[in-house]
Each structure stands twice: as C-alpha cells, then as structure tokens.
Ligand binder design. Structure first.
Ligand code: FAD
Ligand code: NDP
Length: 512
C-alpha cells in the first residue's frame, strides 16, 4: 500500500512537472541553467550573465567515501590544481632550504616540515576562493543553487538540496559541467575501506605518514612528488608505464628524477589486497605483473590515483536521450559542445575526448556562452593545448610527443632537436641535472614547422606557456633559431637547440 502511494505521488509529480514544462515552453524560468559549478560551469554561467541573460548554476558536492566535502568551485579549486600546486610549492621550498646553505644561509638543522601548518594555510586559501566564487556569482547576477541537479525532461531540471528539498525549474539552454571524481579499484579487497583519493589528501588535518600511491599518471606522480618533497616516505605503484599519453622519454626522465629525489617505485606491479593491522598500519600485498611474485609492506596511507570517473550517473541522461560513450560514461559532444540534444551542451571533464584540464574547460565554457548569447561563432580549438606535470622536476609540453609525431608523419619526415642542460641555479647548489632536458619535434621539410615541444626543469609551466603561443601561431624551427634568448634562463636553452637526434651528436650543453 505504501509503495502504491509512493508511486501515485511520483506519477502525479511527473504530470505536474510536464505541465510546468508545457506551460513555460516558450517562456522558461532561465535562459541558461548550468549543472556543475567547477572550472567550466562557473566560467560559462558568468559569461552568459554578462549578456543580460537570466542564468542559474547548480553546484553540489557529494562527500568522498571518506566523508571529505568542500565548497563552490569544483575540482580545480578544492581538490585539484590549487591545493596541489600549493603543496608542490611547499615541497619545492624544502629543496630550496637544502640549497640555501650552499648560497650562504645559515639555517639551523634539523629543518622539519609540519603538515597541519601547511594544510591549514592551503585549506584557508581554498575557502577564500570558495567565498570569492560566491561573491562573483552574486555580482554578476548569476543565481547560485547549492543543489544536486538532474533532468526531468529536455528543458526541465530538478534540484535537490542537502536536506532533500526539491525545486524544479525550466531553461531554454542547459549546460552540463559536472566533471569527474576519483575511481576506486573496488575489486581489490580493502581498497575502499582503507584507501583515500585525491579528494581527501589535500583536506587531511594530520600528515598521511608513510604513503603508497597507486597509479602512474598526473595525479599519482604529482601527489607522490610533493609527499616525498615534504619528507614523507613515499612509494608509487606502477601497473604499466608512467604518464600514459605523454612522450615516454620525458616521462621516464620525470620518474628517474623522482627516484633520485627519494620516491620509491614498484614497477610493473598491481595491488592484491589491503588489510588493516592491529597496530593501525595498512598492510598491502601486491604482485609483479609478469612474475606474479607477491610482496608486502605496511603503510600509514594508501592513495588511489587510478583515474577519474565522469559524473553522469545521477543526471538521468538516458531518459531524455543525451548520448554517452557507454565505455567511458562521458557525454558525446559536437565541435560546438552540443550533445545529441541540440540545446543541451556539455563542457569540461565530463565531455568525451576533451582534455581534462581547467583552462580548456574555462575557455570552452566562455566561448559557448558567447555563441549562445552574443551571436559569435568561434569554436574552442583543442589543438596544441599546453600542460605541465608538477612533479619535483616539472615537465611542460605542448603539441605532439615524439611517438605521436612518428605515427602521424613517419620517421623520415620529422627532425628532433634536443639538449641536456644544467639550470644555473643547480650549479652552486650542486644539484644533479641529469634529467633536465629539452626536445623540440619538427617537420623535416622546409622551415621545419614545430610539432611538439617538451621541457623538464624548474618552472616548466612558466616556460611552456610562452612557447605555446609560438606553436599556436605555427612557429618553425627557423623562427626558433631567430629568437633572441633571455640570459641566463633555462628557457633560453630552447632557443639555442641545434643538435638533432638523427646526427647522433652529444646533446649535452656546456657553458654559457
Ligand atoms: P569540475 O571542476 O570537476 O566541476 C564539476 C562540479 O560539478 C563539481 O563541483 C561537482 O561537485 C559538481 N557536480 C557534479 N554533479 C553535479 C550535479 N548533479 N549537480 C550539481 N553539481 C554537480 N588541471 C589543470 O589544468 N592544471 C592542474 O594543475 C590540474 N591539477 C589537478 C590535480 C588534481 C589532483 C586533479 C584531480 C585534477 C587536476 N586538474 C588540473 C584537472 C582539473 O581540475 C579539471 O580538469 C577541471 O576541474 C575540470 O573542470 P569541470 O568544470 O569540467 O569540472
Ligand atoms: P589517468 O586516467 O590519466 O591515469 C590513471 C593511472 O592509474 C594510470 O597510470 C593507470 O595505469 C593507473 N591505473 C588505473 N587503474 C589501475 C589499477 N587498477 N591498478 C593500478 N593502476 C591503475 O588519471 P589521473 O587521475 O592521473 O588524471 C586524470 C586527469 O586529470 C588527467 O588526464 C589530467 O588531464 C588531469 N590532471 C591534470 C593535472 C595537471 O594539469 N597538472 C594534474 C592532475 C590531473 P595504466 O597506464 O596502466 O592504465
């Protein structure tokens, strides 16, 4: 009987909702509703409001399995780029303190790191950004709804608050920008109960202690890098290759540097189970991929960094016919970010085939708002998107990897210029620079258009950003040679590249 009542209630409610939709089909509550207040969603909603449109953005954070929750702004602000870069900075300062003695500073040892101090400072900054985003939405007259959104029909959204209160509203255009969340390898006994993810690490009040990071891509290597840098015993478990999709020569320079920096690597290994010991430690059993040979060690923290899953499940997309890639769960989009339903769009991490990066989500969101409400036609250009992996030795790149250039153009049609160099800052500090390397992949013919640029070294993000403009403008190797350098910098070594791999000459740069 109770079930029948619930069904009747739901059915009546559906009819009510349909009526709302029908009544407002030409007069929606909003011109635009954005589901997801992260990098893409906030940018899109703010831009749309500038054109005098009535805009609402829904943002709702489901707590992590460990119960971590955070405020407005999405992954980048709360559990991604921002806290990650700040903790990376904390680690870099540790290395700088070590160098400082060589530069004349008298620093009494032992120098120690205090996690709670760092975490508090980082978390306070993140909270200030949460607040800043709320203020900006208010200033730009975007309605912020702290609600979890799902589709009722093609023009109708249901929002549900934390307390379970439902609101239904209609919109002429809807943008899905719900991003993704870390995956857990639930097939591994103990993984979910005893592990954490990048959704938790930045919000820990106490040091994670001896940590095993499982995974070998951006998130894994960056987290392992800063944990090592602040002095924690840190290991990375790699199933296959590091930084899949990146130039593999560069990827191995990154991990070689990390090994010399103190991060342990368990290569070709997969975890089998995680057990909590009576002493409180977490015992991990793992096996070699080839040998099957089992090993065990005990850690204080297990950090799963095994990829991210798109947040599409709760949206009720099937019922309205928004097509997704069944394997990845991501939303299929056209070049103009439209889904299979023309007035419903999808931007950022949730979209199939898009880079999972903040600047692409932001730019795609802004351009979409302009196309919708300002009669422009500019599409997002996803070519030559630069990126940096903020590992202890940073790695910045833009364009094709050497492997990809070989596949696309053939060995005989590409020329790779390269150099090992020593940052000036490393000399007095007596730091090892074996992995500081630059590679520029060019077409072989004519002016030798640059296809890809790769750099490991200090401030790789700052270095790569400028050269990304060059690639966007179709820069050639001839133009690179014509570029006057800034001395003494690491970036200048890029303008001075003259040794090709094909020549077989020693690519080690010496002197000024
Ligand atoms: P998100 O920023 O994830 O925002 C989606 C929002 O939607 C979230 O707030 C979510 O809670 C909310 N949401 C989900 N479902 C619903 C719903 N049904 N209703 C309402 N709200 C919902 N990128 C870089 O460019 N540089 C970096 O250095 C960098 N570092 C990173 C480090 C880590 C550890 C991680 C995990 C990512 C990093 N990234 C980095 C990637 C970057 O954070 C993402 O690409 C970016 O945040 C994607 O933006 P988005 O708008 O697609 O989604
Ligand atoms: P990725 O999907 O890029 O990598 C997942 C990693 O986990 C791979 O190394 C994969 O290994 C490994 N893995 C997957 N399943 C298992 C398993 N069961 N056991 C062991 N290892 C496993 O995910 P990330 O979370 O690292 O990054 C997601 C995205 O976030 C990135 O693509 C990037 O765009 C963005 N990001 C950007 C950053 C930046 O700009 N600096 C920083 C961090 C994230 P295998 O290769 O064998 O499949």
């Amino acid at each position: 009987m109770a079930a029948l009542c619930r069904w009747r209630h739901r059915f009546k409610r559906t009819l009510d909702l349909r009526n709302i939709t029908r009544n407002l089909s030409t007069n929606y509550d909003y011109d635009l509703v954005v589901i997801g207040g992260g990098s893409g969603g906030l940018a899109c909603s703010k831009e749309a409001a500038q054109f005098g449109k009535k805009v609402a953005v829904l943002d709702y954070v489901e707590p992590s399995p460990k119960g971590t929750r955070w405020g407005l702004g999405g992954t980048c602000v709360n559990v991604g780029c921002i806290p990650k870069k700040l903790m990376h900075q904390s680690a870099l300062l540790g290395s700088a303190v070590k160098d400082a003695g060589k530069y004349g500073w008298k620093i009494s040892s032992p120098v120690t790191h205090d996690w709670p101090t760092m975490a508090r400072a980082v978390q306070d900054h993140v909270r200030s950004l949460n607040w800043g985003h709320r203020v900006q939405l208010q200033d730009k007259k975007v309605t912020y709804l702290n609600m979890k959104g799902s589709f009722v029909d093609e023009h109708t959204i249901r929002g549900v608050t934390k307390a379970g209160k439902e609101t239904v509203f209609t919109a002429g255009n809807i943008v899905i920008a719900t991003g993704g969340r870390p995956k857990y390898p639930t097939h591994i006994p103990g993984a979910l109960e005893h592990g954490i993810s990048s959704d938790d690490i930045f919000w820990l009040q106490e040091s994670p202690g001896k940590t095993l990071v499982v995974g070998a891509s951006y998130v894994a290597l960056e987290c392992a890098g800063f944990l090592t840098g602040i002095g924690l015993d840190t290991a990375v478990m790699v199933r296959s290759i590091p930084l899949r999709g990146f130039d593999q020569q560069m990827a191995h320079l990154v991990t070689d540097y990390m090994e010399s920096y103190g991060t342990k690597f368990f290569w070709n290994s997969v975890p089998k189970k995680v057990e909590k010991l009576q002493t409180g430690g977490l015992q991990v059993t793992w096996a070699g991929q080839d040998s099957g040979h089992e090993r065990q060690d005990t850690f204080d923290t297990i950090l799963w960094a095994v990829g991210r899953a798109p947040e599409t499940k709760a949206l009720n997309l099937e019922s309205i016919g928004v097509e997704i890639n069944k394997e990845s769960g991501k939303i299929l989009v056209a070049a103009n970010e439209a889904t299979s339903i023309p007035h419903i769009y999808s931007i950022g991490d949730i979209s199939e085939g898009r880079p999972e990066l903040t600047p692409t989500a932001i730019k795609a969101g802004k351009l979409l708002a302009r196309r919708l409400f300002d009669k422009t036609s500019e599409l997002m250009n996803y070519d030559n998107v630069p990126t940096t992996v903020f590992t202890p030795l940073e790695y910045g790149c833009v364009g094709l990897s050497e492997e990809e250039a070989l596949v696309r153009h053939g060995k005989d049609n590409i020329e790779v210029f390269h150099a090992f160099y020593k940052p000036l800052e490393f000399t007095v500090a007596e730091r090892d620079a074996s992995q500081c390397y630059i590679k520029v992949v060019c077409l072989r013919e004519g002016d030798q258009r640059i296809l890809g640029l790769h750099f490991t070294g200090p401030n790789a993000g700052e270095v790569t950003q400028g050269f990304a403009l060059g690639l966007q403008c179709g820069a050639t190797y001839s133009q690179l040679q014509e570029t006057v350098s800034i001395h003494p910098t690491c970036a200048e070594e890029i303008t001075k590249l003259h040794i090709s791999k094909r020549s077989g000459l020693d690519p080690t740069v010496t002197g000024c």
